[in-house]
Ligand binder design. Structure first.
Ligand code: SF4
Length: 378
């Protein structure tokens, strides 16, 4: 192991010490004011780390507050029914994260008497906790000297060392860089640097605290790869009467968003009308007319959807149900269904908490089945 570590030693010890000091001073003065940074409580750190996987910081913040309002402790989360947890997660996507978080909360509450693991090794034994998340929680909440690696950190380390590090050498290099006195802050500082200064396309080297020790000063900017976005058009029927709206429940065995509620999807009405462009009015299957209410855009992983919402009688739907409007806020809706219902005025906008600055994307850690190929949080 010693030989291996010597072979990847990226900088002399004195340079590493300087880098740690500069980075921590920079972090103390420049870190974004994010709500989960106000506490080292393991439950709060854990919830934030899971939410931040594959999701933008700005999108996470309101959900983070709302989720903790509904489930303020791990015991409350463990005692909740799954539909309530999914409803609180609605809008964040990748619902397997919510299911895993819920399952792990039950293990902590029931098998560990509510006591959290304290080391990254113990955290990894919980459902859905991978190497990144375990290291992030253990270093931030318990001060364990263990390094994290995510997309941002990978890019920063590659640029500073000038090496295309990957796999185990990358993790070992991150561990060599780590400040053992303040491991949680150092991990966050490296990720913050990647999210706000050493960004994929335009690293701001002139303002970087590591510039004098950096081997590339941005020359490896092309290391970052961007996923190619696909485009798709999709049509939904919005049928709302007598204070209720017709929704369809996704199959429980569906790979994505199982058991969540959404609007009935309908065939491409522009094709049905025989026109190239989307008409304002088009015939529907039952011989009536569909009226185009509005369009919106929605992105899921590598697909950008152009969504057309039609005022339409969707007809009889398998797994369809009329849902009273007052039940909608607590229903496990897909993010897109929530967006449509809000735009249609059938669901109130979620209130945002003012007072924070959210800028560039932050790193995302472990990948999930649908988005394993996305390297950086979009
Ligand atoms: S000097 Fe530039 S390339 Fe190097 S770490 Fe800083 S921002 Fe990234």
């Amino acid at each position: 192991m010693e030989k291996f570590l010597n072979s990847i030693q990226p900088l002399p010890s004195s340079a590493l010490r300087t880098l740690r000091e500069r980075l921590l001073v920079w972090y103390d003065g420049h870190a974004r004011d994010l709500p989960w940074r106000a506490s080292r409580d393991p439950y709060r750190v854990w919830v934030s780390e899971v939410m931040l996987q594959q999701t933008r910081v700005a999108a996470v913040v309101p959900h983070y507050h709302e989720f903790l309002r509904r489930f303020p402790t791990v015991k409350k989360l463990a005692a909740a029914r799954e539909p309530s947890v999914l409803a609180a997660w609605s809008g964040l996507g990748y619902y397997c994260r919510a299911r895993m978080l819920h399952a792990a909360a039950r293990v902590v509450a029931r098998e560990r008497g509510g006591k959290f693991p304290e080391t990254s090794e113990q955290w990894r034994k919980l459902p859905g906790i991978g190497r990144y998340t375990a290291a992030a929680i253990a270093s931030i909440a318990f001060g364990e000297a263990v390094a994290v690696v995510d997309g941002n950190l990978e890019r920063v380390l590659q640029r500073i060392t000038g090496k295309a590090l990957a796999g185990e050498p990358l993790w070992q290099t991150a561990q060599l860089f780590l400040d053992r006195e303040r491991p949680g802050d150092f991990n966050q500082a490296m990720m913050e640097l990647g999210a706000t200064v050493c960004t994929p396309r335009a690293p701001a080297c002139l303002t970087c605290p590591a510039v004098e020790l950096c081997a590339t000063r941005g020359e490896l900017a092309s290391i970052a790869k961007t996923a190619r976005q696909k485009k798709r058009e999709i049509h939904y029927a919005l049928d709302s009467r007598n204070g209720a709206v017709l929704l369809v429940r996704r199959a429980l065995e569906a790979q994505l968003m199982a058991g969540m509620w959404e609007l009935p999807e309908i065939a491409d009405v522009s094709t049905a009308a025989g026109k190239q462009r989307i008409p304002r009015v088009a015939p529907n299957d039952s011989g009536g007319a569909n009226t185009l209410l509005f369009t919106l855009r929605h992105s899921i992983t590598v697909t950008d959807y152009s969504v057309c919402v039609w005022n339409s009688t969707a007809g009889r739907q398998e797994n369809g149900e009329w849902i009273l409007r007052r039940r909608l806020p607590k229903l496990a809706l897909t993010g897109l269904a929530r967006k449509i219902l809000r735009k249609a005025g059938l669901l109130e906008m979620r209130r945002r908490t003012p007072g924070h600055r959210y800028g560039s994307p932050t790193p995302h850690p472990e990948s999930f089945p649908m988005a394993g190929h996305l390297k950086y949080r979009p």
